[in-house]
Design a protein around this ligand. Sequence first.
Ligand SMILES: *Cc1c(COP(=O)(O)O)cnc(C)c1O
Length: 562
Amino acid sequence: MQEKHLDFNESLELIRASGLFTTHTPVPAGHDSFDEGILSRYLGHYPGRFGIDWDTLLSLGKIHPENRDEKFSMSVLAANMSQNVNGVSMLHGKVSQDIFKDMYKGYLPEELHISYVTNGVHYATWAARDWKAIHYKVFGPEFRTGHYDKSCFDRIYKVSDDEIWNVRKLLKNELVKTVTERISDPALCSHYTPTQIVKINETFRPDVLTIGFARRFATYKRATLIFSDLDRLDAIVNNPERPVQFVFAGKAHPADGAGQDFLKQIIEISKQDRFLGRIIFVPGYDIRLAKRLVQGVDVWLNNPTRPLEASGTSGEKAAMNGVMHFSVLDGWWVEGYQEDAGWALPMERTYEDQHYQNELDAATIYATIENEIAPAYYNYNDRTRLSKEWIGYIKNTIAKVASNFTTNRMLTDYCNQYYYPQAERYNSLAADGNRKARKIAAWKQKVLSEWYNIRVVSCMQPDASYIVSKNDPIHGEVVLDLGRLKPEDIGVEMIFATSDAKGALHIQEIQQYDVVEYKDGVARYATSVQPERTGMYQVGIRMYANNPELPHRQDFPLVKWL
Ligand SMILES: *Cc1c(COP(=O)(O)O)cnc(C)c1O
C-alpha cells in the first residue's frame, strides 16, 4: 500500500493474484484459529495502518463474520488472501473443497476453484546411494541432468534380479545395523532391559520380511492399528516358515497426549516376550533414521483414518527405494497404487463407527500380509533365496510408482497450473501503474454496494412436471432491477443437476442467459435450452457477479439462487 500508493482493496487484488494457498492435513490441529482477544492484543494496530475497520480485518479470517464467537482461522485468512487454493493429492483436493465449501455458499463443492498438486519427494535426498549408482548407469544420459523424467524409470526392467536383490540386501543390512546400534545405546534408548536387547539382537535379522511404520504420531494415522489382535499378530510375526518383523519410529506433538499414549502402547507391546525382536520401537526419530527406514525395510505401512491423510510422503520416499507401499487408499496412494506394485486397503469406509472400521482394517491388514505379502516375499528356493515374484514387485514400484512422485513432477505441476498463469495475471494487473488492479477493486466495491438491492422483478421457474421434448426446449426468463449496475455486471444461469446415492448434488449442465432487453435500470435475461442428454434433473436458476477479468467465480463469490 505504501510503495504503490494503493488502498487496501486495490492492494488485495495484487496480493491475491500472486498468492497460492497450499492447504495441508484436514484435521482441526492442522488449521490454527484464534479468539478475537488475542488477535486484538497483537494485531490491534493493523486496521489503522490499512485504513480499514477492525471488523473488516476480522472478516478476512471468518466464514460467518457476523458471528462474534467464531474464531479467526488462519486457513480462512489464507484462502481469502490467495487467488488459488490447492490440496496436496487428488483426494485431498476434493476433501478440501468440502472443508472450505461454507466460504462460498451458493456454489457446490465440486464447482470450487480448489484443486490439487500431488506432493512428490526429492530424489537426490531420499534415494539410497546404491540405488543411485544403478539408476545413473541404466536410466540413460537424460537422467543425469537431474530432471528425472518418468520414462527413464522404465529402464529398471533391464537390471538383473541379482543386482536388484543385492542392493535390497545391502540396505536391509544397514537398517538392521542402525536399529541394533540405536537400541543398544543406553544414551539413546532406555525402554529395553539389557536382557531384552540381547534377545532383540538375536531375533531381528535382515533375511526376515520387514515392515516399517514411521511418522508423526498424530492419532488419525492409527499407529496402533495392527495391535488390535495381539494373538493374530503373534501368529504372523512368529510364523516358522514365513516370519515377519515390524520396525516402528516416530514422535508425537508435545501437546498431543493421545499420540504419546499410542507411542507408549507400542513400546509396551514390543517388550512382550513373544514380540521381542519382531516388533521394535526405535527411538530418536529424525531425518537420518527416516532415511534408513524408508531405504531399508521391505514394505512401508500406512493405515490412516480415511480421508485424513492429505498426502503421506514417506510412502513416496519408500517407493523411490524399491520398497513396496501397503496403505489405505488415501492421500497420494489413491493415485500411486497399481496392481503388482504394492497393496491397498479400500478407499471407501464400510462403517460409520470408527471402532468397527478399525477392526475391519486391522483384519484386512493381517489377511493381506498372510495371504499376499509374505507368500510373495518367501516365494524362493532355499539355494538362491531370491523371490522373482518379489523382485517383480520392486521393479514395478520403481518404474510405475516412484516415477510419478518426484519433486520435479510436482514442481512442473505447480508451475503449469499455478505459478506461471498467476505470474502472468499479476503482471497484467500491475501494468500501467496497477491500472487493472484498481479497476477490479473499484468494480467489486460497486457491485458489493448494489448487490443486496437488486430486485428480482420476475423469474420464470422451470416447472417440476415439465417434460422437455426434442422440439420443445425449455425457455427461461429473468427480469432484474439492477439499480446502478450494468446488465453485464450480473450473470444469470440455469443449472441442471442430479443427486447421488448420498443425496449430494452434481452439476450436469449449465446454461447461461443472454441480456435481451435493458431499460431504465431493468434488464431482461433469457435463454432457451435443448438438453443434450435424457434423464431426470433438478433444475435451478442463479444470478452471480460477472466479470471476465476475474480468474474464477470464487474470486468474488456473490451468487444467489432465484
Ligand atoms: C517424510 C517425512 C515425514 C512425513 O511423512 P508422512 O508419510 O507424510 O507422515 C515425517 N517425518 C520425517 C522425518 C519425514 O522424512
